[in-house]
Design a protein around this ligand. Structure first.
Ligand SMILES: [Zn+2]
Length: 95
């Protein structure tokens, strides 16, 4: 015979992504893979980060991440890089 009893389990609290805010203009997105108007299968992602650490034997380090919207990437960061003498390249991607 199983004797059952009632127990109260406390609610669980977890951290979930609410939004990402562009460091420059304050625009917010809830979908990190799409800064522009969300449309299914559309991708508009900006990734700017630096990773430093050890890759052997266990691999660990620190990552500096800059959250930048696609508009600021295109209209502020790219022109600044070009003004510094840089030459950003465009590459095709798939997958
Ligand atoms: Zn922005």
């Amino acid at each position: 015979m199983k004797q059952m009893k009632t127990v109260t389990r406390p609610a669980r609290t977890t951290q979930v992504l609410d939004f990402i805010r562009c460091e420059l203009c304050g625009t917010q997105t809830q979908t990190p893979s799409c800064w522009s108007d969300y449309e299914i299968f559309h991708q508009d992602e900006v990734t700017i980060q630096r990773e430093e650490g050890k890759n052997y034997p266990e691999g660990s380090g620190q990552r500096i991440v800059v959250d930048l919207c696609s508009t600021c990437f295109q209209n502020k960061l790219l022109p600044w890089i070009v003004a510094q003498g840089g030459a950003p390249r465009t590459e095709d991607w798939d997958g």
